[in-house]
Design a protein around this ligand. Structure first.
Ligand SMILES: *Cc1c(COP(=O)(O)O)cnc(C)c1O
Length: 235
């Protein structure tokens, strides 16, 4: 068995353990393989090993790997920071865009989706740690953002996503994960057109069991599946 196959099995087992411990059905947790910097062959291996979804960060890399058939057999999500000038290349290709962090970006996606006659599914990104280095809506901006989104055509908001601050231990992220869970549940109670609070995307290699314990139903895992990324060779 390849290490990717073994790693996916181990991550799955951890997801199952965390879900059961929280009294949840493991099937409701979607495993997104964060595939950045892994080539098409490695991505295909992860799909064969049973990840639910592939998540890419960079538009150019995604297009190149897609041309090599990297994502055949799995849905493709965009999980990176999306610039407005790259929206055209992502709308309709990624079935879900996780990191929609501003109304101007949402509006750009809406315009592009309507031009193509499709509905683009998105998650709103929340800057849950109020970090100046990170983009995303402040928690208190979410109701107004959903209200605005409900008036845009070509958009379906399917939930929320967050990247909490880097912490020394997974447990330090629990307050952020719990705050996200509350935001997700509270905002899910109100009914808006084009909005259904289905997905709460949070948790990465270092902390996905804690995220699941706090209510995540979509985790984005890179290193625990593919091993450490070598940033040097990328430059
Ligand atoms: C890279 C990345 C991940 C996965 O990170 P790991 O720590 O390698 O699991 C998750 N989410 C986003 C947005 C990422 O860019």
């Amino acid at each position: 068995m390849s290490s990717i196959t073994e790693n996916v099995a181990r991550v799955r087992a951890e997801i199952e353990r965390a879900a059961l411990a929280a009294g949840r059905d493991p099937q409701e947790i979607k495993l997104v393989a964060a595939t950045k910097m892994n080539d098409a062959a490695r991505v295909r291996e992860a799909i064969a090993a049973g990840v639910d979804i592939c998540g890419e960060n960079r538009v150019q890399e995604m297009l190149e790997k897609q041309a090599r058939g990297a994502y055949e057999g799995a849905p493709l999500h965009f999980i990176g920071h999306l610039q407005k000038n790259k929206v055209k290349q992502v709308v309709g290709l990624a079935s879900l865009i996780h990191g929609v962090d501003s109304l101007p970006l949402l509006e750009t996606i809406s315009r592009e989706a309507q031009k193509r006659g499709l509905v683009q599914e998105v998650l709103l990104e929340v800057n849950i740690g109020a970090e100046t280095s990170k983009s995303g809506f402040a928690p208190e901006e979410i109701p107004a953002a959903l209200e605005a989104a409900s008036a845009f055509g070509g958009i379906s908001v399917r939930g929320l996503m967050a990247i909490p601050p880097i912490c020394r231990s997974p447990d330090e992220n629990r307050p952020f994960f719990l705050a996200m869970r509350k935001l997700f549940v509270d905002n899910g109670r109100k009914k808006y057109d084009n909005v259904s609070m289905d997905f709460l995307s949070m948790g990465m290699s270092g902390d996905f069991p804690a995220a699941i314990a706090c209510g995540a139903n979509m985790v984005r895992v890179g290193t625990a599946i593919f091993g450490a990324r070598n940033y040097d060779i990328d430059k």
